[in-house]
Design a protein around this ligand. Sequence first.
Ligand code: SF4
Length: 90
Amino acid sequence: MQRITTKLLQPVEWQAKARCAEVDPEIFFPERGGSSKAARAVCSQCEVRSQCLEYALNNKEQFGIWGGTSERERRRLRKERTMRRLRAVS
Ligand code: SF4
């Protein structure tokens, strides 16, 4: 929880249910080439996973595991969403 609330001026309701508040926040920031398996396991059991992912996508979070995704995965998701929006308006 701390890793999330320190990034926000006004914490939002879903963060109170963040499963990551119960574990070492370091696992959500693996070294380059390190495993994110432990963090993803926590996220997979988190009831606010979708809200967390939306937050990370909307705020372009560049570091760490959010909503069970890596930075690279979020970049790909943002790109896919952008492409979908562009197709919808053309
Ligand atoms: S999905 Fe993962 S990073 Fe997001 S709040 Fe839940 S445990 Fe934390």
